[in-house]
Design a protein around this ligand. Structure first.
Ligand code: 0X9
Ligand code: ZN
Length: 305
């Protein structure tokens, strides 16, 4: 198997980030956007193929939940695919000619490292809070979107602990600050999770419909149809709250409210047979399906603007 058909430790991924930028100095720049609770650096890779002024951008983050290993694997897959097939694949060429792409391969490095060394099923980050021996905040409940209402918990010992206050966590702050600064150029926000095969969009923090609900619905519907046709695999789609559950404080809803009107969360393979423990032999299929969804959405947004 190739490098991209295997899972990689955090140390390997840091090495890969450095190597990828060194080998592609004209297309890739690593940007330090902050650090984790345990002081690990958070690097975003900026993919940019030409210096056209006023270029729009897409953001993709992976690994907000530690045990969802297919997610960082997808970010690496996406960067490698973009660098390998720019100029030979028409879709990725069209996308990169029209927008820069910011890729954060591991949003929650402390948690990811912990799943490699100690507990494979860890979800949250590794921050220590007062008055409890329970560790970690669910970073996808820590953003300022109906923070800590129904679907999150203020109990530190739960898997969906929202943290002491919105953006209490240094990983959340790093992402939120970067998006605030770049909100006028970023048109598309994508957050990659697993598992359950779903293409979700705002809102998850309320049952109300987003202002451009039907536009978002049509985009994920088209993406799901393409996956079905190409790979004979089914993805459910719709707003988060109606498709899975109410879950406030998520990055997608927060980015949407910031003004990034094309905001999505993808839940990659599988539908529960292996769950978070998706075997490496399934990585290429899972990533190609997600890649097709990313392309479909990015091309649609390019068409509109
Ligand atoms: O609950 C979550 O955070 C995500 N599902 S997971 O099984 N990967 O944990 C879904 C996130 C959907 N978006 C929001 N809740 N904002
Ligand atoms: Zn998740």
């Amino acid at each position: 198997s190739t490098y991209y058909e295997r899972y990689h430790s955090l140390e390997d991924i840091y090495f890969w980030i450095n190597r990828t930028q060194q080998d592609n100095p004209d297309k890739v720049k690593a940007i330090l956007i902050g650090s984790s609770y345990e002081k690990r650096p958070l690097y975003v890779l900026k993919l940019s193929v030409n210096n056209r002024p006023n270029k729009k951008a897409m953001w993709i983050d992976c690994g907000i939940h530690a045990r969802e290993w297919i997610s960082p694997a997808f970010c690496l897959w996406f960067v490698h695919y973009s660098l390998s097939f720019y100029k030979s694949n028409q879709d990725i060429t069209n996308i990169l000619d029209n927008m820069d792409v910011y890729v954060l391969p591991v949003l929650n490095p402390d948690g990811y490292h912990y799943t490699w060394t100690t507990n494979r099923m860890w979800r949250k980050n590794r921050s220590i809070s007062r008055n409890t021996k329970c560790i970690g905040v669910d970073l996808n409940r820590n953003f300022d979107a109906n923070w800590c209402t129904e679907g999150a918990s203020d109990e530190p010992c739960t898997e969906i602990y929202c943290g002491a206050f919105p953006e209490s966590e240094s990983e959340t702050q790093a992402v939120a600050n970067f998006l605030r600064i770049h909100k006028d150029i970023i048109q598309i926000y994508l957050s990659i999770h697993s598992y359950s095969q779903m293409l979700l969009f705002p809102y998850s923090c309320t049952l109300e419909e987003a202002e451009n609900h039907s536009e978002l619905f049509e985009m994920v519907q088209e993406a799901a149809q393409k996956i079905k046709r190409h790979y004979r695999n089914s993805y459910r789609y719709g707003s988060g709250a109606k498709t899975i559950y109410l879950a406030p404080g998520g990055s997608d809803d927060w980015a949407y409210n910031l003004g990034i009107k094309y905001s999505f969360t993808f839940e990659l393979q599988d539908r529960g047979r292996y769950g978070f423990l998706l075997p490496p032999s399934h990585i290429s299929r899972a990533c190609n399906e997600a890649l097709l969804a990313v392309k479909t959405i990015a091309l649609k947004v390019n068409e509109k603007t």
